[in-house]
Design a binder for this molecule. Structure first.
Ligand code: ADP
Length: 481
């Protein structure tokens, strides 16, 4: 599982800025709706009304059954007039600037009116100019009340005096305008909803989905959020939390495994010497007639197995003490060169006995370091004793101390049998040994290097091993100055 790397987020737009931006966008869109609907309205007006006229006078719009109530104010304002005629062309009613005298239309008047009618088809050219020739006429017949409405508008007035079939009534125009506005508004709201959903609903859905998976214990889940606002931060926090829980769980599993293995190893390592002690002591109890030599031989076996069991228990005790949470080193500021010289000196008799070639490179001047001499002695002794214990007579051992940057480097190197490369990684784990058979003879517990590593790490240092089979071992320790 790849560790979740917290991506460096660019300057993030917060939810507040996102909301503000959305509001500004919607405000601009609304403005656009207003402007566009006005433009459309003007366009329709221009298309259907030719050009917006000063006066819109339509006889069919002003027509009412009671002709005395006909609204002729607009017509009168442009010096026009209305006439109401019965079927015999008697003038029943007139209003406005009527240029007709008398109460009946004569043939001449009628002819002028037909000629000057907007929809006129009868071309009877009146030879003489009458007052009526200066007007444009439009008529509307009221079939219910059986009268004819005549609207007369002076020709010099710019009017839209039409009854074309395509013309929209004010009501229709209003309905169409409202419908177009509603359509544009709907489109804008759909767009706005989509934008809002992209910024708020989608991230929330992704977060909820991820959180649900985490709640089900699927800690390998990572929430893929591309937004760089608070949702992105929340998803980062959830991802880090999931990663930490996952790591903790793995660590717990690992330590549980190690604990089980440790118990198994301890019981296995204790079982052999104890079984041997029990077996031989039982044999001695049951056979009183044994010779002195045999008795000595069996007692020697019991003794060596007791020593083995005892050293195992002591190492275990020491190891668990080091591992316990309240363990503390007793550090003192002291000369590490002097300490190492004294430590090596104590092993010279053993090295001489095994005819080892040894060489030590330790600076003459003092280097003051904070360390626990008792525990560091134990750590380094394990390595030196292992070199003496596991290698044949005549092998060589080199120990050096150096300062590298802010660290003390201690190298302990031999040219002996070495360790299989596959074991180098795990050799510092408890109960790991190179060769089980050989170790039971040498009496090793497999805890020495585990104790060494724990002590070095408690000093905030590190220990590494470089080794190959038959090419010796090189332990390198770094301790902070
Ligand atoms: P033990 O108590 O068995 O010595 P250690 O943890 O000290 O336990 O060592 C682990 C194993 O590493 C040993 O059993 C031995 O096989 C191997 N080992 C350690 N040091 C050396 C060395 N200098 N040369 C060869 N093998 C070594």
């Amino acid at each position: 599982m790849k560790p979740y790397v917290l991506k460096k987020r660019r300057k993030r737009p917060t939810l507040v800025t996102t909301l503000l931006r959305n509001y500004v966008i919607s405000f601009i869109l609304m403005l656009f709706v207003l402007i566009s609907s006005c433009s459309i309205a003007i366009l329709i007006a221009m298309l259907y009304f030719d050009i917006l006229p000063k006066y819109n006078i339509y006889p069919n719009e002003i027509m009412v059954d009671d002709y005395t109530k006909i609204d002729s104010s607009e017509i009168e304002s442009v010096n026009g007039f209305i006439l109401i005629l019965d079927k015999d062309f008697n003038i029943l009613y007139k209003r406005g600037n009527s240029v007709i005298n008398g109460d009946k239309l004569n043939a001449k008047d009628l002819n002028t009116m037909i000629y000057n009618s907007e929809d006129g088809v009868i071309e009877i050219n009146p030879k003489e100019n009458t007052p009526l020739s200066n007007f444009t006429f439009k008529t509307r017949y009221n079939s219910d009340k059986d009268f004819l409405l005549v609207v007369a508008i002076p020709k010099n007035v710019n009017t839209n005096f039409s009854l074309k079939h395509t013309r929209l009534s004010r009501k229709q125009f209003l309905i169409i305008s409202v419908a177009i506005c509603l359509l544009i508004l709907t489109i804008i709201f759909i767009l706005y909803a989509r934008i809002t959903s992209r910024y708020f609903i989608k991230p929330l859905q992704i977060l909820t989905e991820g959180a649900n998976k985490l709640a089900k214990g699927n800690y390998s889940t990572r929430i893929g959020m591309r937004t760089r606002n608070e949702f992105g931060e929340l998803s980062d926090a959830l991802n880090i939390m999931a990663q930490k829980i996952e790591e903790e769980r793995k660590l717990k599993e690992k330590s549980e495994k190690a604990r089980r293995r440790l118990i198994l190893d301890i019981s296995h390592d204790l079982k052999n010497p104890l079984a041997s002690i029990m077996g031989y002591s039982d044999y001695l109890i049951k056979n009183e007639e044994l010779s002195k030599d045999d008795l000595y031989k069996y007692l020697k076996i019991i003794e060596s197995n007791s020593i083995r069991a005892n050293s195992l228990i002591q190492d275990l005790f020491e190891f668990s003490k080091l591992e316990s949470v309240d363990f503390k080193l007793n550090k003192e500021n002291q000369d590490i060169c002097e300490f190492l010289r004294e430590l090596i000196a104590s092993y010279i008799p053993m090295l001489e006995e095994k005819q080892f070639n040894y060489d030590f490179l330790i600076p003459d001047h003092s280097i003051k370091v904070n360390f626990d001499s008792k525990h560091l002695d134990r750590a380094l002794s394990n390595i030196i004793l292992n070199s003496i214990k596991y290698n044949k007579n005549g092998a060589s051992l080199n120990i050096s101390l150096d300062i590298i940057d802010n660290f003390i480097e201690i190298c302990i190197q031999d040219d002996g049998i070495g360790i299989e490369q596959s074991k180098v990684e795990t050799i510092f784990d408890p109960f790991v040994r190179e060769d089980e058979a050989r170790n039971s003879q040498s009496g090793g517990t497999g805890l020495g290097l585990a104790i060494t590593k724990t002590i070095i790490e408690k000093h905030n240092g590190t220990i590494t091993l470089e080794s190959k089979k038959n090419e010796g071992c090189k332990f390198t320790i770094f301790l902070p100055l």
